[in-house]
Design a protein around this ligand. Structure first.
Ligand code: NIG
Ligand code: FE
Length: 412
């Protein structure tokens, strides 16, 4: 199967350097080529160049980009899209003055979603979650990580992860699965948090590993949730089963989560609203990708992480949607890129690098996804004709999607 996309106004995100992530001052650069074509064969990018050098010969599928921009499809490295129902009542509670933590303390929040997930069947969850993948694709996303974490019992966590596996089989998107049993202490373990941590280590992680259901292990390491010590215990246990950590850290306080993530070589530490000099120092020189979720800070009306300071210190950062029913009910990565520009003061090029190659890195997909590179997967977002690359985040509420190619095939 051979595909050609012609009349590309600008091909952006080209990278033949072999680098796996983009850091510091390099984040400002996004290589582009004007008036271009790109070809793919058997799902992989084979060639690209100027329209004036368009190769002869026929393709099985031909797309006319009509002057639109073509970018690597977004790599959304942090989502929780398997959930039952929605939580707009809490949204109103927040408008009326309750904080995310207060809602959680009243038994709302994650535990509210856990109650609903408990009564939902696998098929029902699958049917609710698949359209969310479709919404994500509509904004240009081609790869995503999906977490469990609304089960909070062995049985329900397995149920969620089986749904994620089915979604990966059914969708053209590339999906990675993360076990997040330590998202909150289950209702029947309240007051017995360390016993719940024992349950995760003794029962849940081995059961998840036995079915090969998760690539990564996650813990909500934060004030009011799990401590760095408990996190360390669970990460050690996950490591025994080959699960690399990707953790929630420093959303609600400077909780030590970033340091524990770096210590256990987490692929990413995510949220990071409370990041100071010590945390930046811990991240520098590490393999851990700091991942910012500006949709959550936006939706909860909280402080934004110091992205500018982090990049200026030499760090690479990724951005992701955090699509979930409580703190970020949207998987629109194009909007997340706009928020990164507007609220984190990242340049459009920095934000696009953060949402593509650095997002791929945060899922361990950097060798196959996240840039326009010969031999990488042909996952391409085609935009409508626009005046410049900068127009994409500038027009923050407009879709601008003209097409999406995943695995070398047009899916939108
Ligand atoms: O990443 N902070 C922890 N977990 C999710 C929210 C989950 C929920 O509220 O349902 C997050 O924001
Ligand atoms: Fe999250």
């Amino acid at each position: 199967m051979k595909l050609i996309i012609k009349n590309i106004g600008q091909l952006a995100g080209i990278d033949e350097s072999g680098r796996e992530r983009i850091m510091g001052a390099d984040m400002k650069e996004l290589r582009t080529l004007d008036n271009a074509y790109i070809t793919a064969e058997d799902g992989m990018i084979t060639a690209y160049g100027s329209m004036s050098e368009l190769p002869e010969g026929r393709a099985d599928e031909e797309i006319d980009a009509r002057g639109g921009i073509v970018l690597p499809a977004f790599c959304d490295s942090h989502t929780h899209i398997v959930y039952a129902g929605s939580r707009e009542i809490e949204f109103v509670d927040k408008i009326n003055g309750l904080s995310y933590e207060e809602i959680a303390k009243r038994g709302g929040g994650i535990l509210n979603s856990a109650d609903r997930l408990h009564t939902a069947g696998e098929q029902e969850l699958f049917d609710e979650a698949m359209p969310r993948l479709q919404q994500m694709m509509a904004s240009g996303t081609g790869a995503a990580e999906i977490k469990s974490g609304y089960g909070l019992s062995t049985e329900d966590e397995l149920k969620m992860l089986r749904v994620i596996r089915r979604m990966a089989e059914a969708s053209p998107m590339t999906i990675r699965a993360t076990f997040l049993g330590a998202h909150a202490v289950a209702r029947n373990y309240i007051g017995r948090q360390s016993e719940y941590v024992d349950l995760i280590c003794r029962e849940m992680i081995p059961a998840v590993a036995a079915e090969g259901l998760a690539d990564f292990v996650d813990v909500f390491c934060d004030r009011g949730f799990f401590t760095p010590e408990e996190t360390a215990r669970m990460l050690e246990c996950g490591a025994k089963y080959g699960m690399r950590p990707k953790i929630h850290a420093n959303e609600l306080a400077a909780s030590g989560g970033i340091q524990v993530g770096v210590k256990y070589e987490a692929l990413s530490v995510d949220h990071l609203e409370f990041t100071g000099d010590e945390e930046i120092a811990a991240l520098l020189g590490s393999k851990t990708m700091p991942t910012i979720l500006p949709g959550a800070a936006f939706f909860l009306g909280m402080n934004y992480p110091p992205a500018r300071k982090m990049i200026d210190a030499g760090l690479g950062v990724a951005i992701a949607s955090d699509f979930n029913p409580g703190s970020s009910p949207s998987g629109n990565m194009k909007f997340i890129v706009s928020l990164a520009c507007i609220k984190l003061r990242m340049n459009p090029q920095e934000a696009l690098n953060a949402a593509t190659l650095n997002g791929a890195y945060a899922m361990g997909l950097q060798k196959t996804h996240g840039s326009i590179t010969r031999g990488k997967k042909a996952n391409l977002w085609i935009t409508q004709p626009v005046s410049s690359l900068e127009f994409l985040p500038y027009a923050y509420g407009t879709s601008l999607t003209a097409g999406l190619v995943l695995n070398g095939q047009k899916v939108l």
